[in-house]
Design a binder for this molecule. Structure first.
Ligand SMILES: [Zn+2]
Length: 113
């Protein structure tokens, strides 16, 4: 489950940010996860619950913002929305798509006390 190592990186970012601001506690963390990021949301929540223990984010709430996947269809010459990698173009059913968005996993913001 690679969500565990992703969650660990998130915790590191969160702890570092909290320390920089002299905070002793993190109240909440907002994560953005793209539809094509190959991240299981439930697994991510579970992993974060595990890795946050004993850290500054021990009782932080995890909020996940999911964003759509997007791609450029070379046949239609226009951007289209896709829900997973390998999807066909919703307009022409073609597969000449170049993913342009939805692969990101990033910390949007954190709230500290
Ligand atoms: Zn198309």
């Amino acid at each position: 489950m690679h969500e565990m190592s992703l969650a660990e990186s998130v915790r590191e970012i969160v702890e570092e940010t909290a320390r920089t601001h002299g905070a002793s506690r993190v109240a909440s963390v907002r994560l953005e996860i793209g539809a094509l990021a190959m991240v299981e949301i439930d697994a991510m929540r579970f992993a974060f619950d595990v890795v946050k223990r004993g850290s500054l984010a021990d009782d932080a709430l995890l909020e996940i913002v999911e964003t759509e996947g997007s791609a450029w269809c070379m046949q239609c010459s226009k951007p289209v929305a896709i829900t997973r990698r390998g999807d066909a173009c919703p307009s022409c059913d073609g597969h000449q798509l170049q993913v342009t968005g939805g692969e990101q996993l990033r910390v949007l913001d954190i709230r500290i006390d």
